[in-house]
Design a protein around this ligand. Structure first.
Ligand SMILES: *Cc1c(COP(=O)(O)O)cnc(C)c1O
Length: 391
């Protein structure tokens, strides 16, 4: 079959349409496997929040909301940031509601990076980051997080070595997907120093801000010295409130950075689903305590899966925050993570993702496998039973 020239993707879009996720999801469907590759929960968020969205839908909240989001949601976001991090935002000029955190990050990169600019990103990285850079004609400079028994190590020299005069932005994710790392205050203070010294804009993806385990704390880079006027903080209701299908996110920051996001949003989505916005405002104002229950389930799922993977001969790295744990399969008889994942799908009917797909190149992540533990306890128990029987 021939392809008409006009239907081929441009260089900006080339290669963005395919991923190992598609292969693994297809494998999960074909083998009837439990899919611990994709990170979305099975149980929905707070019932009262779902009811608030239904109410809004039934009572006339169905036309275009303002581009930057409904006033109640913007005010709830401002209250949440002040309460948790002491950071202050103007609800008119300092907040924009987006169609998920993904839109906020992509719009920030498109709105703030010119062709040829460079973006510092920790490796491995959430897959939308390099895609956003490519769409902007910008280049990612990857700073490796080194896997070890204590988790993924931050290397201050590696960050400094990666900075060039073309660097315009640092794109940080904490708590971090796919590693499960939660950046410490010392690490964030060091990152802040680099941003200030090199006059970088920081875009921080905090979608897992509530999902921090074992008494650790999530800290906002925007609250560090010199960062308030150069940081765009991005988050979303998806992960914290188990509402991933809603795609309601936001970005907060100084007016000039928020304006750049709004400029792109104006001509991509223009606005985000109206009836969901007041419900998300309710979640932020009243259902923060609900996230404690979610954390407890995640922790117990994580520990069950970790115990079973250790018994199977892998080394499990500390999962400090978020939805995912990392198992090192180097000590097993299938030390290549990609092969391990294919074999696991066929033998145990459990699908996971080789971590190297999030990295620029396999080394030093070639033997790491990412498992999602955000499923229901029943699904995790079934996955554990399958793994115990077949690994
Ligand atoms: C899941 C995830 C997102 C997606 O957030 P949406 O609000 O659904 O767009 C963004 N960033 C990271 C790191 C994620 O893991």
């Amino acid at each position: 079959m021939s392809t008409a020239p006009a239907s081929r993707p441009t260089r900006r879009a080339a290669g963005l349409g395919t991923s190992v996720f598609a292969e693994m999801t297809e494998l999960a469907v074909r083998t009837g496997a439990i899919n611990l590759g994709q990170g979305f929960p099975e149980d929905d968020g707070p019932r009262e929040v779902l009811a608030a969205a239904q109410h809004a839908l039934a009572h006339g909240s169905n036309q275009y909301p303002p581009l930057n989001g409904t006033r109640p949601l913007r005010e709830a976001i401002v209250r949440q940031r002040l309460r948790r991090h002491g950071t202050r935002y103007d609800p008119e000029t300092g907040v924009v509601v987006t169609s998920g955190a993904t839109e906020a990050v992509t719009a920030a990169v498109l709105g703030l990076c010119a062709a040829g600019d460079e973006v510092l990103v920790f490796d491995p990285a959430y897959d939308s980051y390099p895609a956003a850079a490519q769409l902007a004609g910008a280049r990612c400079r990857r700073v490796p997080l080194r896997p070890g028994p204590q988790g993924f190590g931050y290397d201050p020299d590696a960050l400094r070595a990666a900075v060039t005069p073309a660097c315009r932005m640092l794109l940080l994710n904490t708590p971090h997907n796919p590693t499960g790392k939660v950046f410490t205050t010392d690490e964030l203070a060091d990152i802040a120093e680099v941003c200030v010294r090199h006059d970088l804009v920081a875009v921080v993806d905090e979608v897992y801000e509530y999902l921090v385990h074992d008494g650790r704390r999530h800290h906002a880079l925007a609250a560090f010295e010199g960062m308030a006027d150069r940081t765009l903080t991005v988050s979303s209701a998806g992960k914290s409130y188990s509402l991933t299908g809603w795609k309601v996110g936001w970005a907060c920051g100084p007016a000039d950075l928020v304006t750049a996001v709004r400029a792109v949003k104006q001509y991509t989505t223009y606005a985000t689903a109206a009836p969901l916005q007041d419900a998300v405002a309710l979640a932020l104002d009243r259902y923060e305590p609900w996230t404690a229950g979610l954390r407890a389930v995640l922790r117990s799922n994580r520990d069950a899966l970790a115990d079973c993977l250790r018994a199977a001969g892998t080394t499990v790295l500390p999962a400090e925050g978020g939805y995912f744990l990392q198992a090192d399969v180097a000590g097993t008889d299938t030390p290549d993570a990609l092969e391990y994942c294919r074999a696991l799908a066929l033998r145990a009917r459990v699908v996971a993702i080789p971590t190297q797909v999030f990295a620029q190149r396999p080394d030093p992540y070639g033997s790491l496998v990412r498992f999602a533990f955000c499923k229901s306890p029943r699904t995790i128990a079934e996955a554990v039973a399958r793994l115990e029987g077949h690994v």
